[in-house]
Structures are given as C-alpha cells and as structure tokens.
Design a protein around this ligand. Structure first.
Ligand code: UDX
Length: 435
C-alpha cells in the first residue's frame, strides 16, 4: 500500500487522513499547529465530529495512522502527499492561498523522488497549476511529480460518513500518470462502483465551486420563497415539499431556515464571484445568492424585533442553538452571530444554549451574554425564545413546560420544527419562517 502524508488536520485534512487509513493506506497526519498534533497523538479529537473518534482510535490502534509536526520528514517519507490546509476568505472575498503556497514550497524543497501531490482543499481555478509551478521552482527540476485536484465534498457533522460514502470522487490531473495510484488508495470506493470522474485540473476545481454555489443558491432561494410566503399567508413547507416532488428540482436543500452559514457556502460563493470578476464575467445569480443570504439573516432579526413592536431593549431573549447547523460545534458565519450581535446592539439581554458550541461562543462573546447549562435553563424568565439550530434535542422540547418558564411567550422557530396551531393552542405567539 501507499505511504500517504496529509498536510493539515482541520475538517478536510483530518477526515481524509482517517478515511484513507481506514481504506488501508499508511497515513501520516501533519500540521504546524503543535497543540492540535499533541491532542491527536493523545488520541483526542480537536473538533467535534460524530463517528470520527471511533475511526481515529481504530486506525491508530491498527498502526495505519500516526501524527507528527515534522512536515519536512513527512514529505520525504511519503509516496502521496495530500494537502488539506485552509483556504480562508481574504479581505476582498478571494480565497487566501498563503497556506497552500507555503506547503507547495516546502514540498518542492523536500522532494527526493517521484511523488503525487493531491489537493483536497477548495481552491480557485488555476491554483493547482500554480502549486505545480511552485513545487517545480523549488525542486529545481530535480525530481518528477504530479499534481492532482481531488476536491472534498464532505458536510460538517457528517464528515466521516461523507468521506466513506461519497456520491462521486473527482480526480483532476494534467496527465494520466497518477490515476492508477489514486484508484488504489480509493479502492474500496472504486470497487463499490462510486462514480469516479477523471478530468483536467481546472474542471475539477470548478466542479467544487459550482456544486457549493448551486446548493447555497437553493437554500437562499427557498428562504426567499419563505419571506414571500410570510407576506402572502402561504406555507413554505408545503411549497418546498411539493416543489421537491418535481424530479428536476428534488427535495433536498429546500429547508427554510435562518440563512446558510458555515465555513464553505459563504466563503465559496464569495470566491467564485471573485474568480468571475477577475475574468470579467458577470455572475448575477451567484452575487444575488450572497446578497439574499445576508438579507435573510437581517430579516429574521427584524422578525424578532417587530414581534416586540420594535422595543427589544431590556427584553430577555433565549437563543437555542449557536452552531451553523446541527451536529457540529462550528459557529463560523452562523446566523447566531448576526442575530445575537443585533440583539445586543439594541440592548436586549441574551442567554444561550448549544449542545456543542458553548466553548466557541465564549470566545466570541465572553461575559457579554449568559451561558445556560441546558435549553430549559436558557428559557427560564425569557421574553422570547429563538430556535436557530436543528439539534435533535430541540426537536422534542416540552413546549408547555417551556412556555411556563417564560415571562412573555414569544417562540421564534427559525427551523420550522413545530406546528403553529399546536404551539398557539398552548398559549404562545408563534413565529416560523414562511409558515
Ligand atoms: C457544505 C456542502 O454541503 C459540502 O458538500 C461542502 O463540502 C462543504 O459545504 P457544510 O457547510 O458542512 O457542507 O453544511 P451543509 O449541510 O451543506 O449546510 C450549509 C448551510 O446551509 C447550513 O447553515 C445549513 O443549516 C443550511 N441549510 C442547508 C439550510 O438552511 N437548508 C437546507 O435545506 C440545507
């Protein structure tokens, strides 16, 4: 089997490292972050991701997976190097590729034989070509190597499952030489007839952006429909369900909510818009997706404020769910950021509870907000409850008990989990999204 080094142990890199080890390769997970590597060496997870701990333990115990901070030695040891470092959003919306290009330079300096370099990070079109050039420059033409674009489509909260059960695997290359090795390391998937798409570098890079922007547009679209439904008295849940019955539309990613967040959709839509701008191509759909989502987050803030006749100052608001979606502790670009900050600006008191994201929240708001030990503690004495994340434990709240704890009984169910008539029958004012 191949010796694989994975550089970067964030969501993408760590999932790839564990997943590739689980497929049978010997994998070395590398990161410059000493604290992260130390945790992993102790068998502890640096992120919350269901199912990942078990597979980490299993592959470490079976000696296919180790971690190190020594990136240079790791590069010299490996047959295949995966790059899974971050490509965060820069100030101008473009992806910041500093980390990737640094890694390319280190790879170039340390090559001592043929190696395949596989980019897992989401990168703008042309980046893999640039990675190729950088490695070539620092390697001074001494050794042959190939660069592969192998974008990752995992969802946070389902990272391990998605890596092990992908809808497709995209392999972009400049020439066919690395293809056999890639088929071998993904052999369990290849044998299971997961579609493999072999293509060139720019097409592989573009597939990832087009997919994420399309999904983001789908969510932004149904949220727009929800806003219209709110005004005309229609029910967006029925609209979405029925739209989804059309095979050309499909039912997935049509769930109205408080606006999309996370590390991918906001960043990738911005990055694609920037790529298009650079090439003087207008992308009004992508641009409007971004705007529509920003607008939607403000819309839900307004919904809360208007329910209090614009007088939110001094009101006590409980926020249930801070993560940008369930099953993750990630609050990057989450709607909770917008809504809590707006409420604080208008002098509301905010008390929050999230099953996993409390530590991340403390880093943002420190003692400006209150942190509850569970959902009912957060609700106690509240004038309004705002449900933002669809955690399972928020799906079966004892609504009667919740209302008993509240001072003013306004319930903002921004994931449309509860039925308006049932909640209203218990004496609450109910506010959904388009319902
Ligand atoms: C996404 C893509 O799904 C994944 O393929 C890519 O690799 C990374 O980006 P992720 O960011 O983990 O994954 O979350 P996802 O489940 O796609 O949800 C993104 C956001 O959209 C969340 O805030 C979620 O709550 C929201 N969403 C999603 C909705 O509001 N409604 C939906 O119907 C679907």
């Amino acid at each position: 089997m191949y010796k694989i080094a994975v550089i970067g142990t964030g969501y993408v890199g760590l999932t790839a490292a564990i997943g590739l080890a689980n497929f049978g390769s010997t994998v070395l997970g590398l990161d410059i972050d000493a604290a992260k590597i130390e945790l992993l060496k102790q068998g502890k997870m640096p992120i919350y991701e269901p199912g990942m701990q078990d597979l980490l333990d299993k592959n470490v115990a079976e000696r296919r997976l180790v971690f190190s901070q020594d990136i240079e030695s790791g590069i010299r040891w490996a047959d295949i190097i995966f790059i899974g470092v971050g490509s965060p959003q820069g100030e101008d919306g473009r992806a910041d590729l500093t980390a990737l290009y640094n890694v390319a330079e280190i790879i170039g300096r340390n090559l001592d034989g043929y190696v395949i370099v596989v980019t897992k990070s989401t990168v703008p079109v042309g980046t893999n070509e640039k990675i190729y050039e950088i490695i070539n420059e620092y390697n001074q033409g001494n050794f042959e190597f190939d660069v592969v674009s192998n974008p990752e489509f995992l969802r946070e909260g389902k990272a391990m499952y998605d890596f092990l059960h992908p809808d497709r695997v995209v392999i972009g290359t400049k020439n066919p030489r690395p293809v056999e090795a890639l088929k071998k390391i993904y052999r369990p998937l290849y044998l299971n007839e997961v579609p493999f798409i072999f293509t060139d570098l720019p097409t592989a890079e573009m597939i990832k952006y087009a997919s994420n922007c399309f999904l983001a547009a789908k969510v932004a679209f149904i949220n727009e429909m929800a806003r219209v439904c709110d005004s005309v008295g229609a029910n967006v849940q029925t609209v979405a369900l029925t739209m989804g019955r059309d095979g050309r539309i499909g039912p997935k990613f049509l769930h109205p909510g408080p606006g999309y967040g996370g590390s991918c959709f906001p960043k990738d839509t911005q990055a694609l818009a920037a790529i298009a701008r650079d090439h003087n191509i207008a992308t009004p759909l992508v641009d409007s997706t971004i705007q529509s989502n920003v607008f939607h987050k403000e819309y839900i803030v307004q919904k809360v404020v208007e329910a209090f006749d614009g007088k939110i100052s001094g009101k006590r608001i409980a926020v249930l769910g801070l993560a940008f979606k369930a099953e993750t502790d990630d609050i990057r670009e989450a709607s909770s950021l917008t809504i809590i900050n707006r409420l604080l600006n208008q002098d509301a008191a905010v008390c929050v509870y999230d099953p996993q994201a409390m530590d991340n929240a403390r880093q943002i708001w420190s003692d400006v907000i209150e942190y509850a030990g569970n959902e009912y503690e957060a609700i106690k004495g509240a004038d309004g409850v705002v449900l933002l994340t669809e955690w399972n434990q928020f799906r079966n709240l004892d609504v009667a008990a919740m209302l008993d704890l509240m001072a003013d009984k306004k319930f903002f169910d921004f994931r449309n989990i509860y039925q308006r008539n049932e909640v209203e029958a218990l004496g609450a004012e109910y506010y959904g999204i388009g319902t």
